[in-house]
Design a protein around this ligand. Structure first.
Ligand code: NAD
Length: 471
């Protein structure tokens, strides 16, 4: 009975209205949801110490690059290795004051944009930016069929570029959308900043923790607007959920869980590609190797180009958990997982990570072999109420009175608040375009993005090195 109700709750049509309850606070006053603080910094220090104590270990596992900046994405700038990074630098990187000058956009000026990466997400963003009134003047992709599609769907006169450095030189370009695989995020961000462009950068922010710190510091050394593509940060129902939680509706949250369930066969087919691919440019700074079509088709399966499914989806969900509960990155992570179905991939398609926060536990489970409890969900279990957020919106369930005996406690299934997800598709790109004019910080800053992906990076380390990763 309970089982059926839970399934209904997860997958029903959420057409209800929003209700606001209670007036207590969940988060400590003054808690910053927009900064990456102590835990991540401590984690980097701990990694440094660990490597000093056992320098051979990381190298022997071949995983040294997972804690040093940018190994997967080419050499880090001189002096910017993890070993060279100190506490003051880390803090300076994340806490530097941001001085943003007013820009010269007139009220009727049209923002012009170029896009690097016009595949699955880039194809969607390309259309979203145009729907919002921005003008696409330049496109760039390493795969000809995607580039051609973007060209066809752009206004006449759009210029195709084989190399993103050339795209950045396009005359009159205001900003750039980067929707390439994860290993290209850092070099493309840096090139765009150097060319003085504002950037809409897809998630996950970085390839590893040290790269995150370096990227935050680099962005904060410029006056550019950088929005990271974690679009839940602009969804009205998620904001409403946050307000409800800040008002104390859930009471103390001791446990949060994130889940993502899809049933699909990862695209690891190694048959020849149908169109032309510039494989060298696709690899960029990643290790050179002969073309393997499956590495292009499902780059998420390989550590050279991504943090796997762990950071791909985990950055979205762990961000919401940290935001809602006022937590910065976790104190520790453990993770078990396996490459269950897609045997030629390196990254697991089934895993569970457990994160320890100062006063909360969280789990993050992904299963790409089952569509039961389909798609993403986040459950926050508070002492007063529980909240479930998913693709339909949010629902809040009143907690029952604790009972004297375990077997007399009933289920917490009474819905006391709900709000459907509506009109959120273009909200995140819209927020970015608004910020280009206002020069305000966007909804998903680089600090937020770095903090969001920190837990998943820790969990990847835990999985790959078979140990508990502690900050
Ligand atoms: N925010 C979201 O909900 C969301 C959803 C999906 C993907 N994403 C993110 O978007 C990014 C792209 O994912 P995708 O699913 O679109 O992948 P994809 O493989 O469909 O597209 C990536 C494209 O980047 C191109 N590319 C690679 N290297 C390039 C280079 N040097 N120059 C120009 N183009 C290059 C590839 O040819 C490919 O067309 C990833 O970072 C992913 O995490 C975000």
């Amino acid at each position: 009975m309970t089982f059926v109700a839970a399934q209904h709750v997860g997958q029903g049509d959420w057409s209800g209205r929003s209700r606001v309850l209670g007036n207590a606070r969940l988060a400590e006053p003054g808690t910053s949801f927009h900064s990456m603080d102590g835990n991540l910094e401590r984690l980097l220090e701990a990694e440094k110490e660990r490597q000093k104590r056992a320098p051979g270990v990381a190298a022997a596992t071949g995983l040294r690059d997972s804690v040093e900046p940018a190994r997967r994405c080419g050499p880090a700038p001189r002096g910017h290795t993890l070993a060279a990074m100190n506490r003051r630098e880390m803090l300076a990187g994340v806490a530097a004051p941001v001085l943003i000058p007013q820009r010269a956009f007139g009220a009727n000026d049209r923002v012009t944009f170029g896009i690097a990466g016009t595949g699955n997400r880039g194809g969607w963003l390309h259309k979203s930016f145009m729907r919002l009134g921005a003008e696409c003047v330049a496109v760039c992709d390493t795969y000809e069929p995607y580039m051609e599609r973007a060209r066809r769907e752009s206004p006449a006169g759009v210029k195709p570029y084989a190399d993103y450095h050339d795209l950045l030189e396009h005359p009159g370009l205001d900003c750039v959308v980067v929707a390439t695989p994860d290993h290209q995020h850092r070099p493309m961000l840096y090139a765009a900043l150097k060319a003085k462009k504002d950037v809409y950068l897809e998630k996950p922010f970085s390839m590893n923790l040290a790269e995150s710190a370096e990227m935050v510091r680099t962005v904060r050394g410029t006056d550019r607007i950088v929005q990271v593509g974690m679009h839940r940060r602009s969804m009205p129902f998620v904001y409403a959920a946050k307000k409800l939680i800040d008002e104390g509706t859930l009471g103390k949250v001791w446990h949060a869980r994130a889940a993502w369930n899809w049933n699909f066969v990862e695209w690891l087919d190694n048959s020849p590609l149908e169109g032309k691919l510039d494989w060298e440019r696709f690899l960029g700074d990643a290790p050179k190797r002969p073309l393997e079509p499956r590495r292009f088709r499902w780059w998420r399966g390989f550590w050279d180009y991504s943090g796997g499914n762990m950071t791909d989806q985990g950055t979205h969900l762990m961000d919401v958990i940290q935001w809602m509960t006022g937590n910065s990155p976790p104190k520790s992570a453990v993770c078990n997982g396996a490459v269950c179905r897609n045997k030629t991939a390196e990254a697991p398609d089934v895993f569970t990570a457990v994160f320890e926060y100062p006063a909360m536990m969280a789990t993050w489970s992904l299963n790409y072999t089952s569509a039961y409890d389909y798609d993403w969900s986040i459950t926050l279990q508070g002492e007063q109420a529980a909240m479930v957020l998913n693709r339909f919106g949010y629902r809040v369930f009143k907690e029952v009175q604790p009972s004297p005996q375990p077997w007399t406690s009933g289920p917490a299934d009474k819905v006391i608040a709900e709000m459907p997800d509506k009109d959120s598709a273009d909200a995140h790109p819209r927020n970015f375009l608004e910020c280009l004019r206002s020069r305000q910080q966007p909804n998903c800053t680089v600090e937020i993005a770095a903090a969001a992906v920190a837990g998943p990076h820790m969990a990847n380390l835990a999985y790959r090195e078979g140990r508990k990763v502690t900050a």
